[in-house]
Design a binder for this molecule. Structure first.
Ligand SMILES: Nc1ncnc2c1ncn2[C@@H]1O[C@H](COP(=O)(O)OP(=O)(O)OP(=O)(O)O)[C@@H](O)[C@H]1O
Length: 620
């Protein structure tokens, strides 16, 4: 017998029933109907309701009326169906209930619902108060409310650097977060901040500028700000933004993401004096979690005990990165010299002389999962979230508003195509719209490579690819070529969808993303910084309904269909056939050369092993 017994009207019930013939059951029902046996209100199907007219007072319990044979059969069937429904709703029903049901069969005929199974109430998730009561930020980037000179106390050098980079007005997220973080000398313990704002809304400068300003007050170098990013390419991007804005200040920044050798990174972080003591060379470290942990463990003198700001960009993505247990490593590095941990607002915490560690989380799709956020041990967190006005009006009080917000300047389309014609659809979309820089997302590394080779073979577009199959150096080179316009369409995996600021005109999803988050990040590579952008998702006919579900999840009702007729693709037919042949040949060649190089490597390492064995023998 299985673990749970399901209270179906079989098998032992059926064996009882089998003894009586169907007529007996119907007679039994008729008798009960005549006796006016009470039946539960809930279970009574509408068509068998009391025969009283509207307006007449109704009996508390509904009576079974006189029924013909057909009606009674129907009634028995309905009751059985309803019983089955309940079974599926309550998977774990104990055996006891089942026995009870069998005993009660005679007097009350269970099928009418006399023995009610207990329905489990779904547990309603209640979010912490701070997640449901955020400070709301506008998502309108075209509002020129706040010129860069107008934030009180913002350093003149920073203002002039902003203007040099063509930034004259602050975006809403910057208007709110920068003054909040510039409040450096406040006697109060600072709250941790979580910022959820759309892609391309300027979150990077919202933390870079106050860091540069606050840390420029210190003459002695200590690591006081640590910025964590999920992947190397993003770390490089943020490092470059820091490098622009530390210009003219004494703030020094280091990048540790595995782009250069471990030794080179170590040399950029610490130095040893003549007495053998190590000291920090930098104020800000931009890092990926894995590499950071390596340096915490192995770089002598890499000291985080003075850390004042821990900034987690793409926070929801980073919180999924648990393999290196990076958060525990940071915490133990920060508190290893007995620094006071501030977890709650107590008198002891208020008396703490150490500057507290403030955590700042940024994302376009911040998690609302309290379990995940709990791991960060946030202190009195405050949420800033960017929403459209309709979102504020429509969300119930217990929901995290503005979790998924797309940029206002984004125009979204979908296009239905046969799978074989998709490469031509991509080419057609780029050519007919005259797009000069397009990012095209594909689900896997292999298919990303295949599509970029095919687009190049078609000969009308210059395509590149971006995936984890490329080395870090090759990826940086590819991004540079794309930014400079040498490459018109960059085919990429989702691993590259987050955070990259490449200034693209359009995003094409070669296949639909699986999750709402992926959609938000993919389409968010365009329509950045208040500029217009277009996103097209190519779908197969059978993907339409799941795409609708996805759009409902991101509360998106503005996606229009773009039609491409097959005859519009006819002109490419011949070149497509030739290109497919070329791609097949190229991929076979690549496969063979890969196999060869693996064999060579194996041979090489065998020879190496033999040589070292030989040397050992010679020595002994
Ligand atoms: N105030 C501003 N005025 C004009 N452009 C700005 C302003 N602030 C930032 N930008 C530009 O906007 C672009 C997007 O900024 P950023 O990369 O910080 O976006 P983000 O919010 O971090 O996006 P994502 O969530 O995709 O990472 C950058 O090119 C940046 O230089």
């Amino acid at each position: 017998m299985g673990l749970f017994t399901v209270n179906r009207f079989r098998p032992s019930v059926e064996s009882n029933v089998a003894k009586e013939d169907k007529k007996d059951i119907i007679d039994q029902l008729k008798r009960k109907a005549a006796l006016k046996l009470p039946v539960s209100d809930e279970k009574e199907p509408k068509e068998y309701m009391s025969s009283k007219k509207d307006g007449e007072p109704k009996d508390e319990k509904i009576l079974v009326p006189e029924l013909d044979e057909e009606g009674l059969e129907k009634l028995a069937k309905t009751a059985e169906d309803e019983n089955d429904d309940e079974v599926s709703a309550n998977e774990a029903v104990v055996e006891e209930d089942f026995e009870l049901q069998v005993q009660d069969l005679e007097p009350a005929f269970t099928l009418l619902g006399e023995v009610a199974t207990k329905k489990q109430k779904p547990v309603k998730r209640v979010l912490p108060y701070w997640l449901t009561r955020p400070s709301v930020i506008s998502s309108n980037l075209l509002n020129k409310d706040l010129p860069v000179e107008s934030i009180p106390g913002l350093n003149k050098i920073i203002v002039s650097n902003l203007k040099k980079n063509g930034i004259n007005y602050f975006f809403p997220v910057q208007q709110h977060v920068i003054p909040r973080l510039l409040d450096y000398d406040s006697p109060f313990i600072p709250n941790d901040l979580c910022v959820s704002a759309p892609t391309g809304s300027g979150k990077t400068l919202a933390f870079v500028l106050p860091m540069v300003q606050n840390l420029s007050h210190f003459n002695v170098k200590r690591v006081r700000a640590l910025v964590i990013l999920p992947v190397h390419d993003l770390a490089v991007q943020v490092y470059k933004v820091f490098s622009h804005y530390v210009d003219g200040s004494n703030v020094k920044v280091a990048l540790i993401s595995g782009y250069t050798s471990f030794m080179a990174e170590r040399e950029s972080l610490v130095r040893e004096n003549k007495l053998g003591q190590t000291y920090s060379l930098v104020d800000v470290v931009v890092a990926t979690p894995g590499r950071l942990v390596d340096h915490i463990e192995k770089t002598v003198g890499f000291d985080l005990t003075d850390l004042r700001y821990l900034i987690i960009d793409e926070a929801d993505r980073i919180l999924e990165e648990t393999h290196s247990d990076w958060l525990t490593h940071i915490e133990s590095a920060v508190y290893k010299k007995g620094r006071t941990k501030i977890q709650a607002l107590t008198i002891k915490a208020m008396q703490c002389i150490n500057p507290p560690l403030q955590k700042l989380l940024f994302s376009a799709t911040l998690t609302s999962n309290p379990e995940k956020l709990k791991a960060l041990k946030l202190f009195q967190p405050e949420l800033y979230t960017s929403v459209t006005t309709t979102q504020v009006d429509n969300e119930p009080d217990d929901k995290f508003i503005g979790r998924y917000t797309t940029p206002e300047e984004l125009t979204e389309y979908y296009c239905v195509s046969d799978s074989t014609l998709k490469p031509l659809v991509v080419q057609h979309l780029v050519l007919t719209n005259g797009w000069k820089s397009v990012l095209c997302f594909h689900s896997s590394r292999v298919s990303t490579h295949r599509l970029s080779v095919l687009l190049n073979s078609l000969g009308r577009l210059k395509a590149g690819e971006l995936s984890a199959d490329l080395s870090k150096q090759d990826r940086v080179k590819m991004i540079e070529e794309f930014k400079s316009g040498k490459i018109q369409i960059l085919v990429s995996t989702d691993a590259m969808a987050r955070g990259m600021d490449l200034g693209v005109e359009a995003v094409i999803s070669y296949d639909p993303p699986l999750f709402p988050k992926n959609y938000i990040h993919r389409v968010g590579r365009t329509a950045r910084a208040g500029k217009p952008g277009t996103a097209v998702t190519i779908l197969l006919e059978n993907q339409l309904s799941s795409f609708e579900t996805l759009m409902a999840a991101v509360k998106n009702t503005n996606v229009l269909q773009v039609h491409i007729e097959q005859n519009e693709l006819f002109p490419y037919e011949e070149e497509f056939k030739t290109a497919l042949e070329e791609v097949r040949n190229q991929l076979t060649e690549e496969e063979e050369s890969k196999k060869k190089s693996i064999l060579m490597k194996r041979k090489g390492s065998k020879q190496h092993d033999n040589m070292s064995k030989f040397k050992k023998r010679k020595v002994s």
